[in-house]
Design a protein around this ligand. Structure first.
Ligand SMILES: Cc1cc2nc3c(=O)[nH]c(=O)nc-3n(C[C@H](O)[C@H](O)[C@H](O)COP(=O)(O)OP(=O)(O)OC[C@H]3O[C@@H](n4cnc5c(N)ncnc54)[C@H](O)[C@@H]3O)c2cc1C
Length: 289
């Protein structure tokens, strides 16, 4: 059961940030409520005041601006999955969005809520890392833009200051000729493991690559050392490299044994899924998943 709650519905970023500052620990930003209400219902989070940010126009809309997609923080997973702009400029991101939970959660949950909650078992962040996405954060003190990989700090921890809200996410397209793919493994609705691979091929050789892994460590991460190692190799060789890099992946991603599988199993499956995603991207000739 939820206790009595006060609901504020600010219409500007300034007003919402002012409420967060005034109410401090007593107030929480509320977007779709998919995570927030669940936590409150289970008594894991207390709040007296919900600051509903969905009435702020600045937090809505999917647009193509200055050579990048711009997605408002309150855009739902379902809107992203079905957007023709997203399918055109970031198809593997649209695909990842279509894999989130079920259509009820996708209609309710927002991209901003997903990224700000920073649950490790999430899909969108992993694909957004291969797009070099950045986020705009705003408060009464103004706006700032930071890279998504700097926004994720640790499990459920982000670079958001107490009076800040996420305004939008900028998603540059991949470089010309580069194609990406997203693969996930799941036993329940939330993913056990998600990998994104983007590749530009020069005949049979990997000319350029971007790799990211999510879910098995505290936060999703790019794999820069592995990217360098596979550039200039052929697909079959790159797959062998993935299988040999368990120590690098263990140190970087810090997998743990849990009900979803042992750390060793997850490390093994990263190699398998990275190989699969890379192959899918390399062979998809203009399409991506
Ligand atoms: C049953 C279930 C299955 C799920 N499966 C998946 C899955 O397969 N893959 C996946 O990726 N995710 C999954 N999720 C997570 C889901 O995607 C998120 O719950 C959803 O995106 C959160 O968005 P929301 O708008 O509902 O956030 P809310 O619940 O409203 O908020 C979540 C947190 O973010 C903060 N917040 C929200 N918006 C902002 C903002 N603009 N600025 C600053 N802080 C903000 C809130 O204060 C709160 O702390 C699942 C969730 C459920 C309940």
């Amino acid at each position: 059961m939820l206790g009595s709650l006060q609901l504020l519905q600010p219409t500007t970023v300034d007003e919402a940030s002012g409420a967060l500052r005034d109410f401090a620990e007593r107030g929480k930003i509320y977007a779709g409520g998919a995570e927030l209400l669940l936590l409150m219902r289970h008594g894991l989070l207390q709040s007296e005041i919900l600051v509903d940010v969905k009435k702020i126009e600045r937090l809505h809309g999917i647009t193509w601006n200055d050579g990048a997609l711009s997605v408002g923080a309150c855009v739902t997973h379902r809107a992203l999955e079905t957007s023709s702009l997203v399918r055109e400029h970031a198809p593997s991101f649209a695909y990842a969005e279509s894999q989130v939970a079920n259509v009820r959660v996708r209609n309710q949950g927002t991209l901003g809520g997903n990224l700000c909650f920073n649950d490790p078992h999430s899909d969108p962040g992993t694909v957004l890392l291969v797009h070099n996405a950045s986020v705009t954060l705003g408060s009464q003190r103004g706006e700032r833009q930071i890279q998504l990989h700097d926004f994720f700090l640790d499990v459920y921890e982000t670079a958001l200051k107490p009076d800040e809200l996420m305004l939008d996410v900028q998603i540059p397209p991949l470089p010309v000729g580069m194609i990406s793919s997203y693969l996930r493994l799941h036993r329940y609705q939330r993913p056990t493991l998600g990998v994104a691979a983007a590749v530009r091929m020069n005949d049979k050789t990997i000319a350029e690559s971007r790799l990211a892994v999510g879910c098995i460590g505290p936060k999703c991460q790019r794999l820069p050392e592995l990217e360098t190692k596979i550039n200039g190799t052929q697909l079959s060789h790159a797959k062998r490299i993935f299988a040999e890099q368990k120590n690098y992946l263990r140190d970087l991603l810090q997998p743990v044994d849990d009900l979803l599988g042992s750390a060793d199993y997850k490390l093994y499956m990263i190699g398998v899924l990275l190989g699969g995603a890379l192959e899918q991207a390399a062979q998809s000739k203009g399409k991506s998943y």
